[in-house]
Design a protein around this ligand. Structure first.
Ligand SMILES: Nc1ncnc2c1ncn2[C@@H]1O[C@H](COP(=O)(O)OP(=O)(O)OP(=O)(O)O)[C@@H](O)[C@H]1O
Ligand SMILES: [Mg+2]
Length: 583
């Protein structure tokens, strides 16, 4: 008798489960994908002990009738494809018909489901792949799946799982990915007893990014909107200086499927290369929509790997498009500058160009910062501002009390005085804080500051933090605080207005739960509030100081909030416009 025998359905399912369900997060991924494919408007996931004890997924999608509930647990049973041709036109997240039987073969599994057209639903109870019970029940329309004790019958796999916190973080990542891809769906995630995510439906990707990452990520990124041949790319990509310590904020979706793909990663990272430092990664949420027949999603059972039929072409299309999108951040601004990227609140007055050397009301510069802490050395690595450092800069004039007009060897520079100063203060302040060298200027007369009750709580909770930043605020009873000290580099600003603005910024940052970026955000906030305003006349020395100090910063091209600082019009562009051959 021969040695070859056909494996039982049970063993085949367990083998498939090994590929499809690696850990709790892979089960969550499969179930959430099923809920999305079932046109659900709300998907709730509740886990216990990182999903190792329990995973519950509830949706309000189409549901299944009694017969389908039974069929869903047969291997290769799917409602999503019928013929081999359909494999080339996949518009659903699932299509292999193996997720449910795989998960049910390695857990205690209960599924309840009802279609909207019927009054009763069905409940099936499966344990280690064996159907224990199927019955008709009363239940809401949609589907509820409860998985307990995942891998109870595969101890080796169970042992391989990591801590509950780690497994839970992987589940959070899965939910984040699908929340980004489907802003119109309400996603809810709870790791008992903590609600980790609750994102009600919104109408745009920007709003979803706001829900997940807060306003900073929206402010620090630009929309991606490219249509070329039959590719559509959309989403948001971060400013080149909005960098993260790991790749967790890089998300790619192909036809709304979250994918891990080296080609896409390479195309995007190569475009960001001129801006990246060691161990720093950009913020990218990119959706790439292609005709389904240009790719193969049936590469691996987890369906997160894909194969493009024309990878080189795709790489070039993406890289060129991203390069173009990032073009505005390259060392020299393109002429004519994209006007829509300029701040809209700029003054409309018609103050003429102010000739160099007239009186002004700017604070004394340089500010009182120990010389050793100035950022004096030119940076070793090539930085975006390097081409600007190449030739001496001559101050020409001030324009409308807002912009410094200057020239270098090959063109004219227009520099926004407020954001230039903001960038300078930001880097100096950061350096002072790093060296714990904040010197405090004690006010002769403490300044009373009225705040709201919620701001009072905020200030009280963050008092030490504000002290660390150089602000001494003491409660004076009721909702009044006394400002007793400020960082000594702050000069000539309306103090109470500045403090209220800084507290507003602190409140916004805390509200968005951006604890990791709190310090960065506050440094940016103080720098912005303390920087010279527009509509301030400057004399030549002060403009000279500003420009020199700006060019010493690591990113003279844009402010900490991502606004451009310098616009350059090259001699070549001027000559071209006037149809002159250069002298
Ligand atoms: N939440 C749900 N709501 C409605 N129907 C569902 C749900 N989950 C599963 N189904 C039905 O059960 C079938 C089997 O699901 P299963 O996840 O095993 O396979 P699939 O989604 O078709 O393919 P894949 O294995 O690639 O995920 C689906 O095709 C679908 O018809
Ligand atoms: Mg599925």
């Amino acid at each position: 008798m021969g040695k070859i025998r056909v494996l039982s359905e049970d063993i085949a399912n367990k083998i498939a489960a090994g590929e499809v369900v690696e850990r709790p997060s892979s089960a969550v991924k499969e179930l959430v994908e099923n809920s999305i494919d079932a046109a659900s408007k709300k998907i709730s996931v509740v886990t216990q002990h990182g999903g190792k004890y329990k995973i519950i997924v509830i949706d309000n999608g189409t549901g299944m009738d009694y017969d389908d509930v039974l069929l869903a647990f047969e291997r290769h049973s799917t409602s999503k494809i019928k013929t081999i041709e359909d494999l080339h036109q996949i518009n659903t997240l699932g299509f292999r018909g193996e997720a449910l039987p795989s998960i049910a073969s390695v857990s205690h599994f209960i599924l309840e489901s009802r279609i909207v057209e019927e009054d009763t639903g069905a409940r099936i109870i499966i344990s280690g792949g064996k159907i224990r019970k199927i019955e008709r029940i009363a239940c809401p329309h949609g589907t509820r799946i409860e998985i307990s004790n995942l891998f109870f019958n595969i101890p080796a796999r169970k042992k391989f799982l990591k801590s509950a916190a780690y497994e839970s973080s992987l589940i959070t990542n899965i939910m984040t990915n699908y929340s980004l891809a489907y802003p119109e769906i309400h996603f809810y995630l709870e790791e008992i007893p903590k609600i980790k995510q609750d994102y009600p439906p919104v109408s745009s990707i920007e709003e979803r990014i706001f829900q997940i990452y807060g306003q900073t990520a929206v402010d620090q990124s630009i929309p991606l909107s490219i249509e070329q041949a039959n590719i559509k790319m959309y989403g948001r990509i971060g400013f080149p200086h909005f960098l993260k310590p790991n790749r967790n904020s890089i998300h790619f979706f192909v036809n709304k499927r979250y994918v891990r793909d080296r080609l896409l990663m390479g195309a995007f990272l190569d475009s960001y290369k001129p801006f990246l430092k060691k161990d720093a990664f950009p913020f990218i949420i990119a959706f790439i929509d292609l005709p389904p027949d240009l790719l193969d999603v049936n590469v691996h059972p987890t369906k997160t790997e894909i194969r493009f039929y024309n990878p080189n072409w795709l790489y070039n299309v993406i890289k060129d498009s991203i390069n173009e999108a990032l073009g505005a951040f390259k060392p020299v601004s393109i002429f004519p500058l994209n006007v829509s990227s300029m701040p809209s609140s700029y003054p409309q007055n018609n103050t003429p160009i102010m000739p160099v050397g007239q009186q002004d009301s700017m604070p004394e510069y340089p500010p009182n910062i120990p010389q050793s802490l100035y950022i004096t050395s030119k940076h070793q690595e090539e930085q975006p501002g390097d081409s600007l450092l190449a030739s001496p800069i001559h101050i020409l004039a001030q324009y409308k009390n807002c912009y410094i007009l200057a020239s270098d060897n090959d063109g004219i520079l227009i520099i926004d005085q407020h954001v230039a100063h903001e960038r300078i203060l930001y880097e100096q302040y950061k350096k002072l804080l790093e060296h714990q060298h904040i010197s405090i200027q004690h006010l002769l007369l403490p300044l009373p500051i009225e705040v709201t009750p919620s701001q009072k709580i905020l200030i009280t909770e963050h008092k030490n933090y504000l002290n660390q930043l150089g602000f001494i605020l003491e409660n004076f009873g009721g909702n009044t605080f006394l400002l007793k000290g400020i960082p000594s580099f702050i000069r000539n600003v309306e103090l109470s207005e500045m403090i209220i603005a800084i507290i507003d910024d602190l409140q916004n940052t805390v509200r968005k739960n951006n604890i990791e970026t709190l310090l960065e955000d506050m440094i940016a906030s103080v720098s912005c509030r303390a920087a010279i305003k527009i509509n301030t006349q400057l004399n030549k020395e002060k403009m000279q100081y500003l420009v020199e100090a700006l060019l010493e910063t690591s990113m003279p091209q844009y402010c900490p909030h991502g606004r451009p600082i310098i616009m350059k019009i090259t001699d070549h562009q001027i000559n071209k416009t006037f149809k002159r051959t250069p002298a």
